[in-house]
Design a protein around this ligand. Structure first.
Ligand SMILES: [Zn+2]
Length: 399
């Protein structure tokens, strides 16, 4: 409500004194990206404070592209100041950071580790499998509560994922002076590139596996009415919401971590090719996510691959094992809204559509077309259905 008022209201000019302006110059170097769930935290230090205020004042009157333009109306003015003051104090979400770059494969494959481990903050880790080990190069997540640590996905195979994860857990236990913690091995969905490391976790101590089929996922999380029910999963002082989102695959779920405000979207939204197996299911699922975000602020949207370059609309070739100038991993709720808007605009007729940060890629255009002639456009050389896609995968594996 206030936001709407501030965007539309009218206030007189605001002046920055020369003294304040001089003071401001000294803090400019602290600027860094802030999560979209808390725009007032301009320096990303976990609270909206005097440093953010100074940074905003330093950018006063600027019409350029600056995070200090909190309401995005093209000028840093009193409306932005009021928004910042409204958000004053510690942010309700645990802050964290992303690496400058992720490992991105060849040409010098020997030069990078097979798994990159990144500590977003002390209770949340992001792992990336090297493109040199598998072109899918999936991301794997570790979310620590007090009693349980939830792992999302086990990778595409060929990496010592269990060894890596257990050593992260050992370090965490040491730091927290704790004897043990239960590892919950769960999955964004049941495709091979997300479950291939499962065998490494079988019969390991303090380890529970959710299973990969839709019924196993339903049973484990206690989802009675699939896919309509959203259930809570308690890690001990940390709640994760489990949201069924079939469409890319039948057992696909999204997770929302209330501590960091991160929405995990698996293969249903990431900076790359969003393969859709069941279009109508997928649209309903993305609608379910949109509904969810109305009550739950989203700091970041994290999927499980990167296939886009940092040039808008340009993806890496299918199967590429080197990603020079890769786009960053993190997306925002704006991307989720963009996806939903585009899907609705297709009006039941699946279409291939290239957007700046991701590509909508239905695998079954004609089959699920409402009008009967909903062929996906033949813009480019790409698989037209799941069968062709699998063939392409196999061809790559046998290369
Ligand atoms: Zn995948």
């Amino acid at each position: 409500m206030l936001l709407t008022f501030l965007r539309r209201g009218s206030f007189g000019p605001f002046f920055v004194t020369a003294a304040a302006a001089a003071l401001l110059l000294s803090v400019s170097a602290m600027a860094s990206a802030s999560p979209p769930c808390n725009p007032g935290d301009l320096d990303g230090n976990g609270q909206v404070d005097v440093f953010d205020l100074l940074e905003l004042l330093e950018n006063w009157g600027s019409d350029g592209d600056t995070p200090a333009d909190l309401n995005g109306d093209g000028v840093v003015d009193v409306f932005d100041l009021l928004l910042l003051l409204e958000a004053w104090g510690p942010t309700p979400y645990a802050a964290g950071g992303f690496p400058d770059r992720w490992i991105s494969g060849g040409p010098a494959c020997g030069a990078e580790p097979v798994i990159q481990v990144h500590e977003y903050n002390k209770n949340f880790y992001i792992l990336r499998q090297s493109l040199c080990t598998n072109f899918e190069a999936p991301f794997i997540y570790l979310i620590f509560g007090e009693d349980k640590v939830l792992m999302q996905d086990t990778g595409a195979g060929g990496i010592p994922i269990a060894q890596t994860v257990y050593s992260i857990i050992d370090e965490w236990l040491l730091r927290n002076e704790q004897e043990s913690i239960e590892l919950i091995v769960s999955h964004s969905h049941g495709h091979g590139d997300h479950i291939a490391g499962n065998s490494q976790f079988v019969h390991q101590p303090f380890t529970t596996m959710t299973g990969t089929s839709q019924s196993a996922v339903r049973n484990f999380f206690g989802i009675d009415d699939w896919p309509n029910d959203i259930v809570e999963y308690d890690l001990g002082g940390r709640i994760v919401d489990v949201i069924p989102i079939p469409g890319h695959q039948a057992a696909h779920i999204a997770l929302y971590d209330r501590e960091t405000g991160i929405l995990f979207t698996g293969d249903s939204l990431y900076p790359g090719r969003i393969y859709i197996s069941n279009f109508s299911q997928f649209v309903t699922s993305i609608g379910r996510l949109i509904d969810f975000t109305l009550d739950n602020p989203i700091c970041w949207v994290l999927g499980t691959h990167i296939e886009m370059t940092n040039t808008p609309g340009q993806d890496f070739p299918f199967g590429a094992t080197h990603h020079p100038n890769e786009r960053e991993l993190e997306l925002t709720v704006g991307h989720l809204e963009e996806l939903y808007g585009e899907l609705l605009a297709m009006n039941g007729v699946p279409q291939y559509k290239v957007l700046d940060d991701f590509i909508i890629f239905p695998l079954s255009g004609a089959a699920t077309s409402a009008s009967g002639n909903g062929r996906t456009d033949d813009c480019c050389d790409r698989p037209k259905n799941v069968f062709e896609l699998r063939q392409a995968f196999r061809a790559l594996e046998n290369r």
